[in-house]
Design a protein around this ligand. Structure first.
Ligand SMILES: *Cc1c(COP(=O)(O)O)cnc(C)c1O
Length: 493
């Protein structure tokens, strides 16, 4: 399997190891496989009977054809070990006959980013060997909170890799900030920027495309790589849990082979929901993909109108990992529905005017699979309360946005197919807002909110968040977004 850029301007085709190493295509586009591998019902039948790491190795093997089965299975076994995913890798919890919560947050940082970032460093480490690379990889990450911590945990103390993480100083929760500031490991650096997530992401992209920066790094024996969801190594592992959820629905007798499920995904950068779309393209029986947004509902508008317009107000919400106005991975959907040439045109328009409108045939192709709904802050809080009252189910703020969108979709269409809702964070990662949504005022100290939530709901604080207040703060730098490269240089010495 070879990969190419969504803008395919240079016609270059690269191997999986090469693109995992490189991250972003040279022309500024994102890497996509040149064809979509298929998943037959016989294969799904076989996957039903095996555990999550085996399911993962099989699916990854369809894309990462330059990795051996043994390599992938060993990496998946290590990544999704029961010691780090203590509650299981991706358990599917039935709430009622229609709604199923796919809990993706039982890993070491209590958010779904672990699903990809526990395996990706292992894939990169092998990619260095496979491509004969002798330099050290410098991973630059822009994070709206969860990616940063998950990447730090995934890459810490891995040989020949260094990682620098940038987060918006006021754009992450107190728990998220503490998780990053207290990160252990000798090869890690964490820095806040004055700006929002888009500023951080734009800053990382700017450094990536700066020839002078790359030359300087090269002299020092480094090269840039990315762990953001623009990297294919992030996306491929996310396909797995949708396949796994389908297998689980078969095993529970909720579905018969070939019957379709729907999927709702709380969306920010469009990586997670795009992985579900890929699963559908491969042949997994998925009917509708419901894209759930918070008050930053640029994707809802795009799916309704065909116009993507980022010239709008940016809101900070209680689901900060979805506070995004540039959903990078949407470019991959555009590529699969419009082709490389039009993708390049639309993206040019986006960077020049902040907006683009897709042609009617593209809109139609997207409509065939996707629809969008959003939940504002009040609706999100109400949804957290409603699911606690109705199902005694404790949802985090991001998951609540998705549960609301799923309900809006069902209400509007009457479609009662099993709806798999991606649950993307532990409620304890956003304990203050969850507590406030349920019981009015949370304790002023966000860490006390963890204990209060646990006491009130009789649920347990997940292991990665226990005792977080006692850990040593190591990283306190705050810089203007324009100075990110300076900060990196200082870190490398
Ligand atoms: C990253 C994240 C999202 C958004 O996922 P995308 O792949 O960026 O669309 C949603 N919820 C949580 C908790 C996240 O960490």
């Amino acid at each position: 399997m070879k990969f190419q850029s969504t803008r395919d301007l240079d016609g270059e085709k690269l191997s999986a190891a090469q693109i995992i190493k490189q991250g972003l295509a040279a022309d500024g586009g994102l890497f996509v496989p040149e064809s979509i591998p298929t998943l037959t019902s016989e294969e799904i039948e076989a996957l039903r009977k095996v555990d999550y790491p085996t399911r993962a190795a099989k699916i990854l093997g369809k894309f990462l054809t330059d990795y051996t089965e043994e390599e992938l299975l060993a990496d998946c076994r290590a990544a999704y070990a029961k010691t780090s995913f203590v509650g299981g890798a991706a358990p599917l919890v039935a709430l009622d006959e229609t709604l199923h919560s796919l809990e993706l947050w039982h890993g070491p940082t209590a958010a779904f980013k672990d699903m990809a970032l526990q395996i990706m460093p292992r894939l990169l480490s092998r990619a260095l060997v496979k491509t004969g690379e002798e330099r050290t990889a410098l991973i630059l990450v822009a994070t709206s909170g969860d990616t940063g911590k998950a990447a730090l945990e995934g890459y810490k103390d891995i040989d020949r890799i260094k990682i620098a993480v940038f987060y918006p100083v006021d754009g992450v929760s107190r728990v998220q900030k503490l998780q990053m500031q207290t990160q252990t490991g000798d090869n890690v650096y964490v820095c806040a920027i004055n700006g929002n997530f888009d500023d951080a992401q734009t800053g990382v992209k700017r450094i990536f495309s700066d020839k002078g920066a790359a030359d300087l790094l090269n002299e020092k024996g480094y090269f840039f790589s990315s762990a953001n969801s623009i990297n294919w190594g992030r996306l491929a592992p996310q396909i797995v849990y949708y396949v796994s959820a389908y297998c689980d629905l078969l095993n529970k007798g909720t579905l018969k082979m070939g019957e379709k499920m729907n999927v709702t995904v709380p969306t920010g950068n469009f990586g997670n929901i795009f992985a579900a779309y890929l699963a559908k393209l491969m042949g997994l029986p998925i009917d509708r993909l419901v894209c759930a947004s918070n008050k930053n509902n640029i994707l809802t508008d795009f799916l309704n109108t065909g116009t993507y317009d980022r010239n709008r107000q940016f809101h900070l919400t209680m689901s900060p990992s979805m506070d995004i106005l540039i959903s990078s991975n949407l470019e991959r959907l555009i590529y699969f529905t419009a082709g490389a040439e039009r993708t390049a045109q639309y993206m040019k328009s986006l960077s020049e005017t902040g907006a683009y409108t897709v042609d009617p045939d593209v809109k139609q192709a997207i409509d065939a699979s996707f629809c969008g709904f959003f939940a504002d802050e009040e609706t999100t809080a109400k949804t957290i309360r409603a699911f606690m009252e109705r199902y005694h189910y404790l949802a985090d703020t991001h998951t609540a946005v998705a549960l609301s969108a799923a309900e809006q979709y069902i209400e509007k269409t009457g479609d009662r197919k099993p709806m798999v809702v991606a649950s993307t964070a532990s409620p304890y990662k956003f304990a203050s807002d969850v507590y406030t949504s349920l019981y009015d005022k949370a304790p002023a100290d966000p860490l006390a909110a963890l204990d209060a939530l646990s006491a009130k709901t009789a649920t347990e604080i997940p292991y990665p968040l226990r005792g977080i207040g006692e850990r040593k703060v190591r990283f306190t730098d705050v810089v203007p977004a324009a100075d990110m490269w300076e900060a990196v240089k200082k870190y490398l010495g």
